[in-house]
Design a protein around this ligand. Structure first.
Ligand code: DAH
Length: 349
């Protein structure tokens, strides 16, 4: 009569399996690993060997299942032992191996690109006075880039924007102003937004021109908005960007989508107007940095906003160009050559 039943046998196999897991979780040296191997696999007293011997006490029907359990436990033991052995053999760094004469491993932190950094500075100023940030497509239609902004087809003012056309109706936006239209089509006043983004023009790269550069557009539309709001807000913005002492002047100008329009100059940071041969301002003492104006009533009509009820002002500023000025960078191409020695030099206050 078999003296062992299948259930007790199974619980024995399970207990050994648990023992295996526990034992292999501890750290081992070659001696303890050998002991572990003997514990399970020793030909005379190994737990696996003993289990095989006990098989004879089971009934013939029980033997196949029990045999399988032992075999799978044996396989697990072999795998665990092999893994522990590999771990033991893996090369380990010891103190002796560190060569103190080698140069250290220098790790660089990533840093924001100077144009991005400057854009963030601009965004933070406007966010702090209640503006929000909008975005629009870089591939535009002629309608948004020109027509809705009050440039009729073939109007000579279009020539001021050297446009890269994709086909008869699509182009790479030449300014961020088309997003004004897109926003006014969707939202009703009050509107208080800035729109930073890439713009494209047919330019040969030189120290002050690139075929791709960044602009930030601003737009305010509400009841009772006047030129005083334009002037006050832009002065506040430029003082926060360049410091309280900066001199600012507004000059009459023309843009098809604003009336009246003004360009804004700030005093030359390089020479303060004292150097007739100044590389930055050409001796004028002033540097033009943005265009602005009161939104033309025709533009409001194009987006179904009543110009009798609402008024607004807008501006557009080159981000890279202004950053060049602020950081005293002589060549716009430096921004996109990706020379890390250049890029890492810039941080803001
Ligand atoms: N879009 C103009 C440009 O690229 C700049 C500009 C001028 C934007 C006057 C405006 C504005 O919003 O009111 O030269």
């Amino acid at each position: 009569m078999p003296s062992l039943n299948l259930e007790t046998f199974k619980s024995k196999v399970d207990a050994y399996q648990k023992k295996l897991v526990d034992e292999s979780a501890r750290p081992h040296d070659s001696k303890s690993l050998e002991e572990l191997r003997n514990l399970f696999l020793s030909r005379k007293r190994g737990l696996i060997t003993l289990l095989f011997e006990e098989l004879k006490d089971l009934s013939p029907e029980e033997k196949p299942a029990a045999g399988q359990w032992i075999n799978s436990l044996k396989l697990e033991v072999q795998e665990k032992l092999a893994a522990l052995e590999a771990k033991l053999k893996a090369p380990q760094r010891t103190k002796k191996e560190i060569d103190l004469t080698l140069p250290g491993e220098r790790r660089y932190w990533g840093a924001p690109h100077p144009v991005r950094l400057f854009q963030q500075e601009i965004e933070n100023i406007f966010l702090s006075i209640g503006f929000s940030i909008e975005d629009g497509p870089e591939i535009e239609t002629d309608y948004y880039n020109f027509e809705a902004l009050n440039f009729p087809p073939h109007h000579p003012a279009r020539d001021d924007w050297d446009t890269l056309y994709i086909n008869d109706t699509l182009l790479l936006r030449t300014h961020t102003s088309p997003v004004q239209i897109r926003v006014m089509e969707k939202k009703k006043p009050p509107i208080r937004i800035i729109i930073p983004g890439k713009v494209f023009r047919r330019e040969t790269p030189d120290p002050t021109h690139l075929p791709m550069f960044f602009q930030v557009e601003g737009l305010v539309v509400d009841e009772g908005v006047t030129f005083a709001h334009l002037k006050g807000t832009l002065e506040y913005f430029l003082k926060r960007l360049f410091g309280d002492k900066i001199k600012i002047r507004f000059r009459p100008s023309f843009f098809p989508f604003t009336e009246p329009s003004a360009e804004v100059d700030i005093e030359c940071l390089a020479c303060g107007g004292k150097d007739a041969a100044c590389r930055l301002c050409g001796g004028t003492g002033w540097k033009e940095i943005l265009g602005s104006g009161m939104v033309d009533p025709q533009v409001f009509k194009n987006v179904n906003i009543d110009p009798e009820k609402y008024s607004g002002w807008a501006f557009g500023m080159g981000i890279d160009r202004t950053a060049m000025f602020a950081f005293d960078i002589p060549d716009m191409r430096f921004f996109f050559e990706n020379d890390l020695r250049f890029i890492r030099q810039f941080t803001l206050k």
